[in-house]
Design a protein around this ligand. Structure first.
Ligand SMILES: Cc1cc2nc3c(=O)[nH]c(=O)nc-3n(C[C@H](O)[C@H](O)[C@H](O)COP(=O)(O)O)c2cc1C
Length: 160
């Protein structure tokens, strides 16, 4: 069974709700979802997963510091290309429209791409990945479901 690590930081619970909706969608496709708070995340979680989703609140137009620290730590996997070819994706909760949430999505996505991971654009919603304004409403939760399903299907295809 393909397994997907959903690693997230959430101080107030908004990003966590998105992570949980993604995990539910992943499980519904028959993949295993492992929800991991970034404070508990290990490099082994990245190594062992068939696909990785990273979620963060938008802090000053970027991913939050705890998520950035984890992404920086993942440089240890860069040299040997341990994440190369593995599917990756991102999701973000931000405070307001125009609050630079898309920059945070781009910054997470850049991290995935620098590792050589495979990032699929999203046609049926926010094209960079799910983006909530504050607490995720039903529209965002539906989008997380669609994105989680799309992501799990990609992981299944690439995991063979
Ligand atoms: C330190 C800090 C910086 C923030 N910077 C931004 C920002 O640049 N743009 C924005 O729209 N919201 C910003 N916010 C608001 C959060 O992105 C927003 O409340 C988010 O939903 C929090 O997610 P969480 O409940 O998962 O912690 C910031 C919040 C904090 C605490």
């Amino acid at each position: 069974m393909a397994n997907i690590a959903i690693i997230y930081h959430s101080h107030g619970g908004n990003t966590k709700k998105m992570a949980e909706a993604l995990a539910k969608a992943v499980e519904e496709t028959g993949c295993q979802a492992k929800l991991i708070k970034v404070a508990d995340a290990q490099l082994a979680d990245l190594r062992e997963a068939d696909g990785v989703l990273l979620g963060s609140p938008c802090y000053f137009g970027n991913m939050s510091a705890p998520m950035k620290e984890f992404v920086d730590r993942s440089v240890q996997l860069f040299g040997k290309g341990e994440l190369e070819g593995k599917p990756g994706g991102a999701f973000v909760s931000t405070g307001g429209i125009g609050g630079c949430g898309e920059l945070a999505l781009m910054s997470l996505t850049a991290g995935l791409m620098i590792h050589g991971m495979v990032v699929q654009g999203f046609r049926k919603g926010g094209h960079l990945g799910p983006l909530a304004i504050g607490e995720p409403d039903q529209r965002v939760l539906d989008e997380c479901r669609l994105y989680g399903t799309q992501f799990a299907n990609l992981v299944k295809r690439l995991a063979g």
